[in-house]
Design a protein around this ligand. Sequence first.
Ligand SMILES: C[S@@+](CC[C@H](N)C(=O)[O-])C[C@H]1O[C@@H](n2cnc3c(N)ncnc32)[C@H](O)[C@@H]1O
Length: 247
Amino acid sequence: MALAQLPVTIAPRIASFDGSSMRMSSLAGSTPKPRKAVSNIARLLPPVERAYANIRFSILRPKLLSVMDLLLPDAGRILDIGCGFGLFAAYFGQTQPDRRIVGVDPNSRRIEMARHVCHSIGLEGHEFYAGDARDAALEGPFDGAYILDVMHHIPERDQLPMLRRLRDLLAPRGVLVIKDITTEPTFGLEFTRLLDRVMVGWNDPLRYRHHREWGEMLTELGFHVRMVRVPDILPYPHVVIAATKQG
Ligand SMILES: C[S@@+](CC[C@H](N)C(=O)[O-])C[C@H]1O[C@@H](n2cnc3c(N)ncnc32)[C@H](O)[C@@H]1O
């Protein structure tokens, strides 16, 4: 397991994908820049969800999005666990149009909205299903998968089985990208917990883990693990983990 200790310094402009080696998009002739990709999504949502989308994209800023975008395969079937309104399916689908994203979330209203957003942007081939990722009928193999700020919402006893399930759904060399919150510093953790509690209420499980713990669990499951802590101007202790299935 390799942990990058240094701040990520990828400048947002690197993610503008203007390079000639990048794939051309079917969307209006070229792949949109990150800011445009975000506004394409937000404008399609009703006011409350639009406000949520703007908050999510201000939390997961270009620096974080660029890291995850680079870690994910640029084509193929990609699983989005806990896809919510499909914000990141629509984002990663715009930055690399050869991705075919399959989103799953228990909230059927969010799933409807994810379908609407992707369809309205003109993204083809994405699919969204209402279901619990722990037992939803998902058919692999997937070339990649991502799970953004969802693992800490999964009850403790189900976290390892969920990671095992994701491993089994991935093709050999497939990558699982996890974005979550680590447990240090304590102030950052408590700041995040408070905001999560506002979102989910007091009864839903919140089980954060230190990034080392996630790394050990993933290594135990046979993944090759790399991770990076991504600094923020807000106190969120973000961590991005790239776990590659071996064999
Ligand atoms: C904090 S939101 C993150 C949504 C989205 N990934 C994002 O980054 O905007 C957590 C999401 O996880 C979903 N979720 C919770 N438990 C789940 C489960 N067992 N299977 C799939 N999704 C789940 C929730 O419905 C919610 O949409």
